[in-house]
Ligand binder design. Sequence first.
Ligand SMILES: [Zn+2]
Ligand SMILES: [Zn+2]
Ligand SMILES: [Zn+2]
Ligand SMILES: [Zn+2]
Ligand SMILES: [Zn+2]
Length: 221
Amino acid sequence: MIEMANVYRQYVPTGILPCAISATYMGAFHLLRCGHIVAVCDDNHQCARNCLHVVLTLGAGHEAFHKHIKQDELVCPSCFKISFSTLKANFHDTPLVKALRPTVSLTRSLLKRLVPALSDKDFLPNQYGGLLSAQYTNPNQDFLDYRQIHHLSCGHEVWALPMRPCAANCRKTNPMCKSHGFPQNATQADAIICSECMLKAEMIEDRNVGPLLTFDPLEGK
Ligand SMILES: [Zn+2]
Ligand SMILES: [Zn+2]
Ligand SMILES: [Zn+2]
Ligand SMILES: [Zn+2]
Ligand SMILES: [Zn+2]
């Protein structure tokens, strides 16, 4: 009999647990309908109506499930292309903005605050400290081991090395993350951190230092 080695033995969770709500723990991170992850900078860590898993399961009508949802929507700075502080600075008088819980995108500076042990070296390109996952490209159509690639809800397909099982933010539906069908792959509660989305979020944060007056949060919502 051939013994199956555990291909995921080197897996180290990223520690980012989106929409993690239990009786004893409520995390700040949420995976939104758009596929991006934000952190709520508020004491209230409840899920929002636009958390992806809420959108996918709201029809269930399960009372206990609904209790962990605050009936609001979390702003995704990456999709709005504006940081929350800029939004607040310019539109603090509008009832809509007043009611919003402050959010920040997942960036390297946020990760460093959460994981003080991280050093700049962990973020060097192509090193990623096992924490950031780079977008996958295969220009020569080489043979690929799809256990190393995950299709995330943000739309990006990324490398995850060392090999890891599917994450909270792997695509669950059409198309489903291809990694999912492999033996021993049990979806985990932590999220894969998409370096492409993280870099975009950082660009938006950097750009939004001054007031941005052309954006109307009441439009196009
Ligand atoms: Zn939730
Ligand atoms: Zn949530
Ligand atoms: Zn988004
Ligand atoms: Zn996956
Ligand atoms: Zn992404």
